[in-house]
Ligand binder design. Sequence first.
Ligand SMILES: *Cc1c(COP(=O)(O)O)cnc(C)c1O
Length: 228
Amino acid sequence: MSVKDQLKQIQEQMNEACERAGRNPDDVHIIAVTKYVSEARTREALEAGITHIGENRVEGGVEKRRAFPNEGTWHFIGSLQSKKVKKMIADFDYLHSLDRLSLAKEIDRRLPDGQALNCFVQVNVSGEQSKSGLKPEEVLPFIEELQTYPSIRVVGLMTMAPFVEDPEDTRWVFRELRHLRDEVQAKRFNHAPCSELSMGMSNDFIVAIEEGATFVRIGTALVGKEVD
Ligand SMILES: *Cc1c(COP(=O)(O)O)cnc(C)c1O
């Protein structure tokens, strides 16, 4: 199916979810995750009206981003090794996987003075061993420590829910991330407005939106999967 048709379906589901939750659909941004697809398919997404693109690897991701200069807002959504910050830092607008101070320090070192990177702090809400991210109780102290690094701007929190048959089973994960976000936001940190929630993927974005997602990261259901 064309990206345009998939997008239309997703937007309909998104609108219904917003209606159920009493939310404004303008507050939900769709990130097209293009890690499994070609530049041509990425082009198709941009032409269908997608403005946010997500990549999860420095290799390939940087090249793809550079194939579209001045187009789209680019999100780095994968885990990031500190030694690769140098290569990607100029090409991405958002990082969704800030999970340790050493990474914040490296970003701060690599960004020119006066510039800041929009970051989501990744939280492992479900506690699965395979997932990266901070434990929920570590989030607030971690964000307080980030004040030391002037180039880190915490725009929100991010999580990946467990992959389950019934997305309803992941609702608690999204809800807990929202509560944590509210807690951080209430602190009114200058460096951490923390108003955003990056949560929900192809299989669970509807539940995530009902629970307050402001950025959903959708790959397979939107642009499909061409390569692994
Ligand atoms: C791949 C990926 C997605 C998108 O996954 P789909 O199930 O294809 O929608 C979202 N977030 C992250 C962090 C990913 O790595």
